[in-house]
Design a protein around this ligand. Structure first.
Ligand code: SF4
Ligand code: SF4
Length: 370
């Protein structure tokens, strides 16, 4: 049905069409909300109406059969309404405690063949919610790591923290499979970022045929790309040259020119960043900082990455004060202590970041002990 005032039918339908009736009726008039148990929330309206939400962990890439099953659950318990959160959780909403009990029972009964729960409930409050991540090897052209693979491996390792509230505060984990950063790694408690470590290869046979050479030159943020000519089969061909010492392996030129592939089995891998957040509770929002400079892509289960992340989460659970996010905790104890506790090797390349007054002082003050 066309919405009033819309002048075309292009784009998604107006979101208010999809709101459950109880949410529509109480929009802007909520009195309070609380978390009843991990993964289950209640919102109470000024009218006394209640909305019970059950948050379920989900994958970012889903099969059609899985989506059909999610829709079947929503039809059965929630009058056909459901929502996907920005962290790829699915939220089923009901308006009574009886319906909530039936929904939870139904979700708990649905298992994979191996016996694990298809629809795990959790991801709220002082725990670990689903991981925001990017496209990875399955879809994008510039990834330095996979997305779904390491995310699955990491989430399996910290899964108990999805289902309970043992942590001092929420821990947000994000993964971006290259520095273009379609994820939220700059502002997450733990960020996993794919990095290339070698310049693009140049396929001179194709540069002139597949690429707008001026565009490839203009795409390089460090001016490492220039036009040139090389001799190929006795003919001079237009191509490009790369000044390797200027290259920061960002892959921008490859985005413009498919004859400059940058993915490399040996060079590619991930870094770990910590301490970012968007909340202004206790302290202002923070950018994350690099604490592990390189881990190779150890497919299929990324054992070093998962071990290091588990270590950070467990140390945080043990040492942080209640309500402190990872960044608040580290700033209270000092970055030197963080490296001592984790055993991560410190180098002068780490924990430096953007040229913002608040951030470029860590390694430059006389208080920094390394
Ligand atoms: Fe593609 Fe990079 Fe975005 Fe990953 S982070 S989806 S590789 S642009
Ligand atoms: Fe320039 Fe980035 Fe290409 Fe390197 S990878 S040549 S820095 S655009």
């Amino acid at each position: 049905k066309p919405m009033e005032g819309r002048i075309t039918d292009i784009g998604p339908r107006e979101f208010t069409e999809f709101l459950p009736p109880v949410i529509k009726a109480n929009k802007g008039k909520w009195a309070y909300h609380e978390i009843l148990e991990p993964g289950v929330l209640v919102h109470v309206g000024e009218s006394g109406d209640k909305v019970f939400t059950v948050r379920v962990g989900a994958a970012r890439l889903m099969s059609v059969t899985h989506i059909r099953e999610i829709c079947e659950i929503a039809d059965k318990h929630c009058d056909g309404y459901l929502r996907f959160t920005t962290r790829n959780n699915v939220e089923f909403m009901t308006d009574s405690e009886d319906k909530l009990a039936a929904l939870k029972e139904d979700l708990a009964s649905r298992k994979f063949d191996g016996g694990s729960n298809k629809f795990p409930v959790g991801g709220t409050g002082a725990g670990i919610s689903n991981i925001v991540h990017t496209q990875g090897w399955i879809h994008c052209h510039t990834p330095a790591t996979d997305a779904s693979g390491p995310v699955k491996a990491v989430m399996d390792t910290v899964f108990s923290d999805f289902q309970d509230h043992r942590l001092p505060a929420p821990v947000r984990i994000a993964l971006a499979c290259c520095l273009n950063m379609c994820g939220a790694v700059h502002c997450s408690d733990i960020g996993i970022v794919g990095i290339h470590r070698k310049p693009p290869m140049i396929d001179h046979e194709w540069t002139d045929q597949l690429c707008e050479i001026p565009l490839a030159v203009a795409s390089c943020p460090t001016a490492a790309v220039r036009p040139t000519k090389v001799e190929l089969d006795g003919k001079k061909v237009n191509t490009i040259a790369i000044k390797n010492e200027r290259c920061m392996y960002c892959g921008n030129c490859y985005t413009m020119c498919p004859a400059l592939p940058i993915s490399d089995g040996e060079g590619d891998g991930v870094v770990i960043m910590v301490g970012g957040k968007v909340s202004n509770r206790i302290s202002e929002p923070k950018f994350s900082k690099v604490v592990v400079a390189y881990i190779p892509n150890e497919t299929p289960r990324w054992p070093t990455l998962t071990k290091d992340i588990k270590k950070i989460v467990d140390l945080y659970a043990e040492h942080a004060n209640k309500y402190e996010r990872i960044g608040d905790w580290i700033e209270r104890i000092g970055w030197e202590k963080f490296f001592e506790l984790t055993g991560f090797e410190f180098s002068h390349h780490l924990i430096d970041d953007f040229r913002d007054h608040a951030y470029y002082t860590w390694r430059q003050t006389t208080q920094f002990k390394f």
